[in-house]
Structures are given as structure tokens and as C-alpha cells.
Design a protein around this ligand. Structure first.
Ligand SMILES: *[C@@H]1O[C@H](CO)[C@@H](O)[C@H](O)[C@H]1NC(C)=O
Ligand SMILES: *[C@@H]1O[C@H](CO)[C@@H](O)[C@H](O)[C@H]1NC(C)=O
Ligand SMILES: *[C@@H]1O[C@H](CO)[C@@H](O)[C@H](O)[C@H]1NC(C)=O
Ligand SMILES: *[C@@H]1O[C@H](CO)[C@@H](O)[C@H](O)[C@H]1NC(C)=O
Ligand SMILES: *[C@@H]1O[C@H](CO)[C@@H](O)[C@H](O)[C@H]1NC(C)=O
Ligand SMILES: *[C@@H]1O[C@H](CO)[C@@H](O)[C@H](O)[C@H]1NC(C)=O
Ligand SMILES: CC(=O)N[C@H]1CO[C@H](CO)[C@@H](O)[C@@H]1O
Length: 593
């Protein structure tokens, strides 16, 4: 009885607190722009949810010129969450942002609106588009992740539809994740079992794949897509070890569950876990897999000197199948190595009849900017980028700042963009004062750690005519000077830049930059790859157009499963090609090439 008392008291206190706190909370929410819908939602669902702060963006009076016609202007709004947000925000002055794309000349892809202003009608019409032709599932609380339902206003509809098989695989995966994910009964049962039998085999209801971070955000994102594909192929539940540096970047991708490894999991920084390398050695020595651990750490990070990992081989995959918990660390887009495995190959080919759009589909499936990130992305887009008829993304990564003069890089960039007519030459004949009407506007978004590149380009076109008569506007959203891995603010900026670049019509990136890979994959863009300058050399093509939007896998296996060295990828694996930006790397091409 004594024990009951504090409990019921605290329960009552809870309700009192709830009924006092709740209206206050809502009111505070409405008054302050930085409201916290994530927290609100988590509370009502009794789930652990990060309280992501956000500024609410609503799509009001979006002017759009879908077919290049001069602008009909129509009101656009969407169903459910956003409508509710709009209503809430409209009731408070200053909350509603009135978004209008400038002078009717908006880009084809930008802020697409429908010609009907009946909300429910638009909602139905857009459902298929909103869910990216079935790639995404319906049923999410839309206010908790506004970007999930608004991305299609910003990005051109993809010409690549997901296959029915991929859609069914994803729906099945989501079901498994709900059943086996954190907070489920199966999760606790399976994890307890695994933990108690770390070094001897055990069979569990659910099997897991824990993703651990390595290297910068670009590497982490391409590797996360590869890891998710591996989870799909092996019916494992993907859990991610997101540290503070990734707090508030992404929405939850899986309906009614979380992909984050719970903070109290013993497998954060697990030290005493057998490694894949040791398992391989044992396996080789004894030819027996009788004694399997129940947790295994697999390091697939890039190094060119490590012994061969044979991760693509049937035998090893067969062994791994019996281990309920795998902890994977990589910084690579190792999807091509999964294609090299005959069993996986069959399955992936069914999922992706077009082999060169794996990242495009899985990236758009997994990575939705959090409300906080989305506020920054959408407002930046509307303020600066929506104005143009065409958006050019330019990503400049300087790998050796100490040996590469800035001017060499600027020359390289200009040489590429002018030669391929991505940007026009400046017209030195015509006077700047003679303004013309209805000029086409090209907007250039520069992403670089260094602010000078955007400034140089802006200065070049400022108040000048171009030979094509186009007006060039240059924006650079951030410059950080140094790449900082594992830093939340830096990651947020990087994510915003990657996302904005992915909305481009044309993309110019630096060879070997995984940052560019993410943008091109999400946006289904075949980028112009800038030559990777490491000093002030000259005499090479400044850039080359890539043949696929897939990221490059920089360290593919060097041996066949029988141990013989792989000499020529293409003859053994007809869907692989040497990457244009790194000749030791490979990536997928579509059948038709
Ligand atoms: C949210 O809006 C407030 C008020 O306009 C502003 O001060 C703050 O910087 C915004 N936060 C973000 C993340 O945009
Ligand atoms: C919204 O945009 C319209 C059209 O440009 C403008 O007339 C109106 O004043 C704007 N409203 C707000 C609240 O900014
Ligand atoms: C708008 O939607 C309504 C309701 O579905 C429909 O009756 C009407 O014809 C539509 N108008 C236009 C211009 O498409
Ligand atoms: C997800 O959760 C909501 C709210 O609890 C519930 O109504 C819905 O049926 C769930 N969806 C699935 C597919 O489990
Ligand atoms: C190892 O096992 C494989 C298949 O089970 C068998 O073909 C091979 O001969 C064995 N090798 C040794 C050294 O026992
Ligand atoms: C650039 O190259 C020239 C020779 O072509 C060399 O003399 C000069 O020192 C180089 N500058 C830098 C900063 O590397
Ligand atoms: C909020 C807002 O500005 N709404 C406007 C949207 O556009 C229609 C017609 O163009 C106006 O009547 C609304 O006032």
C-alpha cells in the first residue's frame, strides 16, 4: 500500500501537470515561431521523439509556371498536417509566410501548383505524386515531417518510377521494422537473447543490422543507403547509431517506429565483439562455421591496403546469415559489391530493373529533412532560387587547399561552365545600362567551404550583360572554411546544401566528392565532374559529364570469391563501369548503355 501511494500521487500530478501544461504548451507553441511539433507528437503517442524545433512554413499563393507559360497564379495548399499548420499559423500574425515566386518566370521544377484550388481535390490528385509513385507509404503524421509531403513541390517529378517489386519489398520491410524495431516486444526479446549469448550462436525472432558512422556526412549518407539495401536483402532491421551531430537532420523514415538505436542499447560502442576479419580467418583455418558469435562487427571502410573482405561472396553471406546482430561500419557506397553476389543480384535486379537509380530511389525513401532543416531549405529556396528559369548547382571541394591556388580552381570552374554552355560568357560590348525585358534568369547555387568562389562568380556577372542575354544570379548559402565531421551545425548546413543542390536542373560537382554524390543521386542528375585539382597544373579537360547519377564505389573488391584477382570488372559484371572521377572505383549503369 505504501508503495502505491507515491505512484498514484505522481500519476495524479502527471495529469494535473498535463492539463495545465498542455494548453500552455500549445499556446506557447502558437505564439513563438520556433514551435515543437515533434515533441507534441511524441508526447501524444507515448513514444520517444526528439523535440525538433522548427519554423513553420506554409505554401501560400505559390506562383508557378509549370509549362513555361507566363504565370497563372494559384493558391496551393495541401491536406492534413499542412492545412492544420496553416490554420494554426494564420491565426497568429507574422506566422504565415506568403511565398510568391518572382515574376512568373519560375523554374519548371519549382513550386509546382495545380490549376484547381479545391484543397481536397488537390490532395487526391497529388497523393501519388506526393508519395513519389508509391515509393513512400501513406499514414505518416504529416506535421511531424513536412518535407515528406512537400518535396514534390520543389523537385521535378522523377521519370523513374519504382518497380512494384521494390514497393512491395519496402512495405514488407516497414512491417518487419514495426514488429522488430525499438519499443516492440520482439525487440526486447531478441536483443536480450543476443546480449546474453554474445559469443555463442543463438536464434532470434528478429535480426538486426546496426549502422555506425564513419567519415563526413556525405560518406555517411551514401553508406547508409548501401546498408539499408543490405538490410532489405537480408531481412534485417536497420538501426542507426546517430550521435548528437545528426540530431534533427532527418525525419524518421519508417512508419510508426524509429530507426535510431536506443540510447540505452548495450551495442553503442560495443567493445568486446568479434570482428568479421577474425571470423574470416577462423573460417579459413577450420573450414567450419560451427561456432558463430551472435554479434559481429564488420568494417568495410575504405582502405586500399586491407586484406580482401570477400563480403560479396556467397559463402560469407551464408555464414553472416546465421548471426542475429551485425554492426557495420563503412564510409562507402558498397552497392556494386552486392550486385556481384549472384543471389543478391537476382533480387536487386527485380527491385531495380533500372540498375543505375538505386540511390535515387532509396535515398529519396530514407532522407527527409526534419522540419527544422526543411524550414531552412524551403525558405532559402523561395527567397533565392525559385526566381530563376534554371537552377545551376555548383559544388566546389578543394582537396588540397595548400597546394592549389584559388585562381586555378576558379579558372577550372569557369572553363568547364563556359565550354559546356552551362553559363554564358560575359558580353563586353553591350552597356550594362541598356536593360532588356523578359530576360531569362539563371540562378547559380554555389556550395563550398570557401566563400570566395561564390563571390568571384557573382562579381563576374554583376551588372553585366551576357552574350546569351541571360541574367546570372549567384548565391552561396554557407561557407565553413573547414570540413568538420561530427558537428551538428556543420552537418545541418551540409545537409541543406546537398538538398538544395539536388533541386538543380544542372549540376557541376567536384570529382570524388561524396557530398556531390548525395545531391546527384537525390536529384537524378548526371553531374559535370570537375577535374580534381591538387596543384596548379593545367592541360586536362576541366570537366566531364557523368553517365549515371549513382555514387561511385571507391574501393570495390579486388578478388573473385576463389581468390583470383579481378582484372576487368566489366567482362565479369556487365552492369559495372569504371567511375569517371576515379578509375579504381566502379558504379552501375543501366542495361541500355
Ligand atoms: C525561426 O524564426 C525566428 C523568428 O523569425 C528566427 O529568429 C529564427 O532564427 C528562426 N529559426 C530557424 C531555425 O530558422
Ligand atoms: C502575399 O503576396 C501577395 C501577392 O504578391 C501580396 O499582395 C500580399 O501583400 C502578400 N501578403 C503578405 C502577408 O505578405
Ligand atoms: C476543380 O475541382 C473540382 C472538384 O473536383 C472540379 O469540379 C472542377 O472542375 C475543377 N476545376 C478545374 C479548373 O480543374
Ligand atoms: C500507425 O500508428 C497509427 C497511430 O497509432 C495507427 O492509427 C496506424 O494504424 C498505424 N499504422 C500501421 C500501418 O501500423
Ligand atoms: C571446406 O568446405 C568446402 C565446402 O563445404 C569443401 O568443398 C572444401 O573441400 C573444404 N576444404 C577443406 C580444406 O576442408
Ligand atoms: C604554379 O605553377 C608554376 C609553374 O607552372 C610554379 O612556378 C608556381 O610556383 C606554382 N604556384 C603554386 C602556388 O603552386
Ligand atoms: C494569403 C494570400 O495572400 N492569399 C491570396 C492568394 O491569392 C488569391 C488570388 O490570387 C488572393 O485573393 C488571396 O488573398
Amino acid at each position: 500500500m505504501n508503495q502505491m501511494k507515491p505512484n498514484s500521487t505522481s500519476l495524479r500530478m502527471f495529469f494535473v501537470m498535463f492539463f495545465i501544461a498542455f494548453p500552455v504548451f500549445v499556446t506557447v507553441n502558437l505564439v513563438y515561431r520556433n514551435s515543437s511539433f515533434g515533441l507534441f507528437e511524441g508526447f501524444s503517442e507515448g513514444k520517444e521523439h526528439r523535440g525538433t524545433t522548427q519554423n513553420v512554413t506554409t505554401l501560400q499563393n505559390v506562383t508557378h509556371d509549370n509549362l513555361g507559360r507566363e504565370g497563372d497564379s494559384n493558391s496551393v495548399s495541401s491536406s492534413g498536417g499542412v492545412k492544420e499548420l496553416q490554420e494554426r499559423s494564420q491565426s497568429h500574425k507574422g506566422r504565415t509566410k506568403n511565398i510568391t515566386a518572382a515574376h512568373g518566370g519560375s523554374r519548371t521544377a519549382s513550386l509546382r501548383s495545380s490549376t484547381n484550388d479545391s484543397n481536397s481535390h488537390i490532395a487526391n490528385l497529388d497523393d501519388n505524386e506526393k508519395l513519389l509513385s508509391g515509393l513512400l507509404t501513406s499514414g505518416f503524421d504529416e506535421a511531424s515531417c513536412i518535407s515528406r509531403m512537400q518535396s514534390h513541390f520543389y523537385r521535378k517529378a522523377s521519370p523513374h518510377k519504382p518497380s512494384q517489386y521494390l514497393i512491395s519489398k519496402l512495405r514488407r520491410y516497414e512491417e518487419i521494422h514495426r514488429r522488430c524495431g525499438p519499443n516492440s516486444r520482439s525487440y526486447h526479446k531478441s536483443m536480450t537473447k543476443i546480449q546474453h549469448s554474445k559469443n555463442k550462436g543463438v536464434a532470434t525472432m528478429c535480426k538486426y543490422l546496426i549502422w555506425t558512422p564513419a567519415n563526413g556526412l556525405g560518406n555517411q549518407m551514401i553508406d547508409l543507403v548501401a546498408t539499408f539495401l543490405y538490410a532489405l536483402l537480408t531481412d534485417r532491421v536497420l538501426l542507426v547509431e546517430f550521435g548528437k551531430d545528426k540530431h534533427g537532420l532527418f525525419c524518421e523514415p519508417f512508419l510508426n517506429s524509429t530507426w535510431e538505436l536506443p540510447q540505452n542499447s548495450p551495442f553503442w560502442n560495443e567493445k568486446h565483439v568479434q570482428t568479421y576479419q577474425i571470423l574470416l580467418e577462423k573460417d579459413k583455418a577450420t573450414n567450419s562455421t560451427a561456432e558463430l558469435p551472435s554479434v559481429l562487427f564488420i568494417n568495410l571502410q575504405h582502405t586500399r591496403t586491407d586484406p580482401e573482405k570477400f563480403f560479396h561472396c556467397d559463402h560469407n553471406q551464408h555464414v553472416l546469415q546465421n548471426i542475429p546482430l551485425l554492426i557495420l561500419q563503412s564510409d562507402q557506397y558498397f552497392v556494386p559489391s552486392l550486385f556481384m553476389n549472384p543471389f543478391f543480384n537476382l533480387e536487386i535486379t527485380k527491385m531495380f530493373p533500372e540498375k543505375d537509380i538505386v540511390f535515387h530511389h532509396l535515398g529519396r525513401y530514407l532522407f527527409h529533412p526534419s522540419n527544422e532543416a526543411w524550414e531552412l531549405i524551403s525558405s532559402y529556396y523561395q527567397q533565392h532560387l525559385a526566381k530563376g528559369n534554371e537552377l545551376i548547382g555548383l559544388q566546389i571541394r578543394v582537396f588540397s587547399p595548400n597546394t592549389t591556388p584559388q585562381k586555378s580552381i576558379m579558372d577550372l570552374v569557369l572553363s568547364c561552365m563556359l565550354k559546356h554552355k552551362i553559363l554564358p560568357e560575359v558580353d563586353l560590348q553591350t552597356l550594362a545600362s541598356s536593360a532588356r525585358k523578359n530576360q531569362r534568369v539563371k540562378v547559380v547555387l554555389v556550395a563550398s567551404l570557401h566563400g570566395e568562389y561564390g563571390e568571384n562568380l557573382r562579381a563576374m556577372y554583376l551588372k553585366k550583360h551576357t552574350v546569351s542575354g541571360e541574367v546570372i544570379q549567384v548565391y552561396q548559402s554557407s561557407h565553413e572554411e573547414h570540413q568538420k565531421s561530427y558537428d551538428n551545425k556543420h552537418n545541418m548546413k551540409a545537409w541543406i546544401d546537398m538538398y538544395l543542390l539536388s533541386l538543380s536542373d544542372k549540376l557541376v560537382t567536384t570529382s570524388l566528392s561524396t557530398f556531390g554524390y548525395v545531391a546527384q543521386g537525390l536529384g537524378n542528375l548526371k553531374p559535370w565532374l570537375l577535374y580534381r585539382l591538387i596543384n596548379n597544373e593545367t592541360g586536362f579537360p576541366s570537366c566531364e559529364k557523368d553517365f549515371s547519377s549513382e555514387p561511385c564505389y571507391h574501393v570495390p573488391p579486388k578478388h573473385y570469391c576463389n581468390g583470383n584477382p579481378m582484372k576487368d570488372f566489366v567482362s565479369s559484371f556487365p552492369y559495372l563501369r569504371e567511375c569517371k572521377d576515379f578509375r579504381f572505383g566502379v558504379k552501375m549503369v543501366n542495361n541500355s548503355i
